[in-house]
Design a protein around this ligand. Structure first.
Ligand code: KG4
Ligand code: ZN
Length: 433
């Protein structure tokens, strides 16, 4: 199945969720030759499935999907599958246990709030150390709260990218230790795919093809998801993501960053007049579905400087007038940042419906999708186009272990996973990033 889109727009490019950063296996020889299948899996997987243990960095979905056709008829006992998901791609250490039927058995998150506030953003080395300090406890808590032990698991899923290499490594090493010690298959998960697919846990009706706008601190993409692991990217940011713009706005406005910048800006914006500061909507003259937030960030910085707002003075200690100024900037920034999303989404929906007229849903996920203003504005756009918006609850929009466990389950079900790693890693073992 080859799709060519260049006649529609050069901006549309084919995107498979690529696994670029971290390899789950020690070396290619180990990857291909080890074939320990967990006993629990034996009745469910035919011998021919072993070729699927050979997970590739960027799996060629065309061949893989066709080779899976037979397997689609497997009757997996979904309730019987239980997957542990581990997420450490940025500043949250998260783990969760999810059942094949979508039941969330546990969800644990340890955030690095104090570090965020101290460094005014994520500092990779400090973040890595913080992950290393808590990863064992977070995973143990997730198992305890689910009332399970490792022996009850069907597989371990772990985020392998994109993200901060140092941080991803902590999660991958933990996943390998658990999977190796208990002879469990391991599923490498793409962080952005997980943000999109968790919507299928919350909305049973959500089937392929669907659209997804994924908005986080580092990514701002709009995709048309054709099937598991295969999508067309309709637009991406040419510079910064919207979450980065929220975070910098919060920092420059002297807001409390302990919950990350977005929620702080959203809260202050409620007090402000969203039309009081005239920011320009980015990329007005670009007839594509790409995004840009660097220019808006600069506009915000200049507005803050013009009003002589001192970020070192926390908003909680600001005078009434100063606070009002900050709230006006927060509200005006939020309105324009979201207007940019609205305009690009509208265009992307039109394009996507030409490619796949059967689309019924648009997913909006990633940390910024937990913003209530974002949700309600995008809901209007999506409904006007006769689609249904699927927005996971805020706790599943920001980084979490459930989305990793669920995406792991989706792939595991169709035979996409790696065999258990060795209980004791070989000397040549390195997790490359
Ligand atoms: O997906 P996510 O948790 O982590 C990444 O993958 O980056 O997204 C984090 C981003 C941060 O920039 C954070 O400020 C933003 O999501 N965010 C919000 C809100 N909650 C989190 N932005 C706006 N409004 C919110 N309520
Ligand atoms: Zn994320």
């Amino acid at each position: 199945m080859v799709r060519l889109f260049h006649t529609l727009s050069p901006a549309i490019s084919r995107l498979n969720f690529i696994y670029p950063r971290i390899f789950l296996t020690a070396s290619p020889s180990i990857k291909l030759q080890r074939n320990h299948v967990h006993n629990k899996l034996k009745p469910k997987i035919s011998p021919s499935s072993s070729s699927n243990f050979q997970r590739t960095r960027a799996y060629s979905t065309t061949t893989r999907v066709s080779s899976l056709t037979k397997r689609e008829s497997w009757k997996l006992d979904d309730d019987g599958l239980v997957v542990l998901g581990i997420e450490t791609s940025c500043d949250d250490t998260a783990a969760a246990v999810v059942r094949g039927n979508g039941e969330i058995l546990s969800q644990v998150i340890s955030s690095q709030a104090e570090l965020l506030a101290q460094y005014g953003g994520v500092a990779p080395k400090q973040a890595e150390e913080a992950h290393s300090r808590v990863i064992d406890k977070v995973v143990q808590d997730a198992l305890d709260r689910a009332n399970l032990t490792e022996k009850d698991l069907s597989a371990v899923a772990v985020t392998i990218g994109p993200g901060l290499g140092l941080c991803l490594r902590v999660g991958v090493q933990k996943a390998r230790r658990v999977a190796g010690a208990f002879n469990l298959p391991i599923v490498g998960v793409h962080h952005m795919e997980a943000h999109a697919l968790v919507a299928r846990l919350v909305e049973q009706e959500l089937s392929f093809p669907f659209m997804a706008l994924l908005i986080s601190g580092g990514h701002n993409i709009i995709v048309l998801a054709h099937e598991l692991g295969q999508c067309t990217q309709l637009g991406t940011t040419v510079d910064d993501a919207i979450g980065e713009a929220f975070d910098k706005t919060a920092k420059w406005l002297g807001l409390d960053l302990r919950r990350s910048g977005g929620p702080a800006v959203e809260e202050l914006a409620l007090e402000g007049d969203s039309k009081s500061v005239m920011f320009n909507v980015p990329m007005k003259n670009h007839k594509d579905c790409n995004f840009s937030y660097a220019g808006l960030k600069t506009q915000v910085r200049l507005a803050i400087e013009a009003r002589e707002i001192d970020a070192k003075c926390p908003v909680s200690s600001a005078t009434k007038e100063d606070r009002r100024n900050r709230a006006d900037i927060a509200a005006s920034f939020q309105r324009v940042a979201v207007l940019h999303l609205e305009e690009k989404c509208e265009r992307a929906i039109d394009w996507a419906l030409k490619l796949e007229p059967s689309i019924k849903h648009m997913v909006v996920s990633g940390g910024v999708a937990s913003n209530q203003y974002v949700r309600s504005r995008l809901n209007n756009i999506v409904e006007n186009k006769n689609l249904k918006l699927v927005c996971p609850p805020p706790s599943l929009c920001t980084d979490n272990g459930v989305m990793v466990a669920w995406t792991g389950l989706e792939h595991f079900r169709v035979g996409r996973f790696d065999p258990p790693p060795p209980a004791i890693e070989p000397d040549d073992y390195v997790v490359r990033s």
